[in-house]
Design a protein around this ligand. Structure first.
Ligand code: SF4
Length: 194
C-alpha cells in the first residue's frame, strides 16, 4: 500500500514544491519567526479537549484520514453545528496571502467526508493576529485543486527530484531560504555579460 501523505505536506507543496521536498523528502527543516509563531499557536490548539463555544460542540486536535486518497493529519478544531461538521485551522498573522491554507482545510474536509459519509461544505481559517475567522467554501474547483495537489505530492516523493527554486515573493517569508538560495541561484544562472 502507498504511504499516507500528511495534510501539512499538501500545504507546503502549494506554498512551494521545493520547500515541500526539503521538509518531506530530505527531512530538512529550519525555524524562523513565522514557523515558531505557528508552532506556538498550534500548541495552544493542540489540547485534545472537547469543549463548547457559544453552545457549539468543539473537538480539538482531531486525527483525520482518507484511506481512498491516502492522506492523513490533524485538524486543529472540528466544530458541529446542527449536525454539520466544520473544520477550523488556526493560522498566525492576518488573512492568508496564498491558497495553501485553504487547500489544507479542504483536504481535512475530504477526510471528514470519507470518515463520516456526510458532506462537509465549508470550514474556517482562524487568524490569530486579527482574531477573525475566514470562511472557506469547498467548491468543486478547490476540491479538484486539492486532489491534483495530492497527486503532485505523491509524484514528488516518488521521484526524489528536488524541484527548481525560482525567486518569488514567497521566498521572503521562507525559513529555508538560507539553504535554498533562490537569489544566488538566479544570479549564477544569468549569462555573464561581455
Ligand atoms: S526559498 Fe523560495 S524557492 Fe526556496 S524553498 Fe523557500 S519558497 Fe521555495
Amino acid at each position: 500500500m502507498e504511504e499516507f501523505i500528511l495534510l501539512s505536506a499538501l500545504n507546503q507543496y502549494e506554498y512551494c514544491p521545493r520547500r515541500c521536498h526539503y521538509i518531506f523528502v530530505e527531512n530538512v527543516f529550519i525555524d524562523n519567526e513565522h514557523t515558531v509563531e505557528g508552532s506556538l499557536l498550534h500548541g495552544r490548539a493542540d489540547s485534545g479537549e472537547t469543549s463548547t463555544r457559544a453552545g457549539t460542540p468543539q473537538w480539538r486536535s482531531v486525527y483525520l484520514y482518507a484511506r481512498q486518497l491516502g492522506i492523513s493529519g490533524k485538524a486543529d478544531v472540528i466544530e458541529e453545528r446542527a449536525g454539520e461538521l466544520i473544520p477550523i485551522e488556526y493560522k498566525k498573522g492576518k488573512r492568508g496571502q496564498w491558497t495553501n491554507d485553504a487547500l489544507q482545510l479542504c483536504a481535512q474536509a475530504l477526510c471528514l467526508e470519507e470518515m463520516t459519509g456526510k458532506p462537509v461544505e465549508r470550514g474556517y481559517l482562524y487568524y490569530a493576529t486579527t482574531g477573525r475567522r475566514q470562511e472557506v467554501v469547498f467548491t468543486a474547483e478547490l476540491r479538484q485543486q486539492t486532489l491534483a495537489t495530492i497527486a503532485a505530492v505523491r509524484r514528488l516523493i516518488a521521484s526524489g527530484d528536488r524541484p527548481p527554486n525560482p525567486y518569488t515573493p514567497r521566498c521572503k517569508g521562507c525559513s529555508l531560504s538560507d539553504i535554498c538560495l533562490p537569489k544566488e541561484t538566479a544570479r549564477l544562472q544569468q549569462p555573464s555579460g561581455g
